[in-house]
Write a protein that binds this ligand. Structure first.
Ligand code: FPP
Length: 258
């Protein structure tokens, strides 16, 4: 990688999440059926994962199938499941050899038992790897994740007074990961699409018009450079600006952040 690009990228986000959008439009542009777009949308995975790992990103989450995607035609849903199975078959060993740990975010409910098995085997094969964690959000919905956390808390009889943000996050699918620092959306839309709703409270958003199958190493670098130029304040003030005394602030429920 070019030295001047590397120098422009600091700090490195610990966790990057990607909404891989635009496969359908890419397919249309190329005169292919939608599934052709999804299939080609798997060919850049290695490149994107490797670039993130080279820059030192520790966690990469890829939004591959949302709970709402079940509303697509049955043939597309089946095709997406088939493609996921093929990606696991094709990429697990290569990712393992590159030191990547694979994880799954979402529910296995409703998935074909054979696919569930493949996912479990990939998790098992790579569980001790530490170079980068690649999390596939598959059969994932942010609201479903929060509801599931609430159900578990109620089922376990956890006393209401002991629930705070730290405690609550332990019940999310993503409990072992830091919140995403940067969320990239390809395909140009400006929507959250039910992705990491709790975890993205202070994430930086970056939307690019590039369709996912065309998103490559240069695009990853541009996104990381854009992140480097953001000033994160987590609801506080920027460096050098006057701060109030700790302990003051907005009343509960009125807190404002930026
Ligand atoms: C959105 O494009 C993309 C998806 C619903 C699927 C993303 C899946 C892949 C890239 C393949 C599998 C990847 C992994 C990591 C297993 P869209 O169909 O909404 O595109 P459109 O907005 O142009 O119609």
């Amino acid at each position: 990688m070019a030295e001047e690009t590397r120098e422009r990228i600091a700090p490195i986000p610990r966790h990057v999440a990607i909404i891989m959008d635009g496969n359908g439009r890419w397919a249309k542009q190329h005169g292919l059926p939608r599934l052709g777009g999804h299939r080609v949308g798997t060919e850049n995975l290695r490149r994107v994962i490797e670039t993130m790992a080279e820059y030192g990103v520790e966690y990469l989450t890829l939004y591959a199938f949302s709970t709402e995607n079940w509303n697509r035609p049955v043939s597309e849903v089946r095709g997406l499941f088939r493609i996921l199975g093929q990606v696991i078959d094709r990429e697990s060993r290569a990712l393992h050899e590159k030191g990547a740990r694979i994880c799954h975010l979402g529910t296995m409910e409703g998935l074909d038992p054979k696919l569930q098995n493949k996912v479990r085997q990939a998790l098992e094969l790579t569980r001790n790897n530490r170079r980068i964690t690649v999390c596939i959000a598959f059969n994932y919905g942010g609201r479903a994740e929060i509801l599931e956390a609430v159900r578990r808390i109620v089922r376990e009889g956890v006393p209401a007074g002991t629930i705070n943000e730290e405690e609550f996050r332990r019940y999310l699918y993503s409990s072992e990961m830091p919140d995403p620092d940067l969320i990239i959306r390809t395909g140009g839309e400006m929507r959250i699409s039910n992705f990491l709703l709790w975890q993205s409270a202070y994430s930086e958003y970056y939307s690019v018009p590039t369709y996912w199958p065309d998103f490559g190493k240069d695009d990853v670098e541009k996104a990381l450079i854009a992140y480097s130029q953001r000033q994160r304040r987590f609801g506080g003030l920027g460096p050098g600006e006057k701060r109030g005394k700790a302990g003051g602030g907005a009343p509960p429920g009125k807190a404002a952040g930026s």
